[in-house]
Design a protein around this ligand. Structure first.
Ligand code: C5P
Length: 296
């Protein structure tokens, strides 16, 4: 079985209260974008889960979220006394930059869960897959729903939204990396920090179907901290605005930044300008739910 694993951007990211377990309550609107990895999963004669990726910077074995997804799937099936034949060959084609805030690893893992379940004629319910996804990471449950969705809780409460109109964007992955755990800890250290609370208005803009309003209402609570802590990110943001973007945002907790434009032609023009200075530049458009969940 084959599927694309689409990346995401957060159109909004409100970081709210901190739970005693260290995780944060958040409110966000996430949307799939056309930048995607490729995943091929087939059953094999061996009893092993074998993982292949041409990109040597992608960890193999248990360090890989796709392998962990496969193991957790079979553990859940064992717990339900389902006798599934478990030899798998998994091939990943990595195109989404890592450590970027674009959810690449999470999308790969969610796609693996869907494909493996289909491969065995869907023995696990959507609810059971969702539970495994939440265990794998806070961003993983969104990718089981895909398209555009509101995300709350620590990331596991998903409300599907209607598809957005096509939104064009240019993304740049700078060389610096941002640690997600450090980013959350840094926000906790800011006294009396208030969230921008951009998510409610974004949901309304999406229901209205207005691309202009969606672009103007984007927000990300990590930005004030990230742009001060990493000067290169603030410069990258300015470069996007100078290049003619309508708006620009940090992706998740970084380190990718994306600029938003009104058309594919404008996106191509901005991408050409950004390529003069940056090496990892991507053009993408939002992807609707049906396309995001397709497989063969
Ligand atoms: O769940 P995941 O492994 O993606 O989270 C990475 C880190 O991000 C966590 O260790 C935690 O520090 C932080 N996090 C958080 N609140 C969330 C999601 C993530 O504090 N809702």
């Amino acid at each position: 079985m084959t599927s694309l694993c689409f990346a995401k951007v957060n159109l909004t990211l409100d970081i709210l209260s901190r739970h005693p377990d260290g995780y944060h309550h958040l409110a966000s609107v996430m949307v799939n974008i056309s930048l995607a990895d490729g995943l091929i999963i087939s059953q094999s004669e061996s009893e092993e889960i074998r993982f292949y990726c041409r990109d040597s910077s992608v960890p193999g074995g248990e360090g890989n979220l796709v392998v962990r997804a496969a193991r957790l799937f079979y553990e859940a099936a064992d717990g339900m006394n389902l006798k599934l034949r478990r030899g798998l060959d998994i091939h990943l084609e990595k195109r989404i930059p890592m450590q970027a805030g674009l959810g690449g690893g999470s999308s790969d893992a969610a796609t693996a869960l869907r494909l493996i379940n289909r491969l065995h004629n869907s023995p696990l319910t959507a609810g059971e897959l969702h539970q495994i996804a939440a265990e794998l990471g806070s961003d993983v449950p969104f990718f089981l729903t895909g398209g555009a969705a509101s995300v709350r809780g620590r990331g596991e409460v998903i409300t599907p939204l209607v598809d957005t109109p096509p939104l064009w964007m240019v993304l740049v992955k700078p060389d610096i990396g941002v640690s997600t755990a450090e980013a959350y800890a840094a926000l906790d250290a800011i006294p009396d920090r208030e969230s921008q609370r951009a998510t409610h208005k974004m949901e309304a803009a999406i229901n209205k179907g207005s691309a202009e309003e969606i672009i103007m209402r984007t927000g990300n609570d990590f930005e004030p901290w990230a742009f001060e802590r990493y000067r290169d990110l603030a410069i990258l943001y300015d470069d996007f605005m100078m290049a003619g973007c309508i708006n620009a945002r940090l992706a998740g907790s970084g380190s990718a930044v994306f600029g938003m434009l009104g058309s594919a032609t404008h996106a191509e023009k901005v991408a050409r300008l950004m390529q003069k200075k940056y090496s990892r530049v991507f053009i993408a458009c939002t992807v609707g739910r049906n396309e995001a969940l397709q497989y063969e």
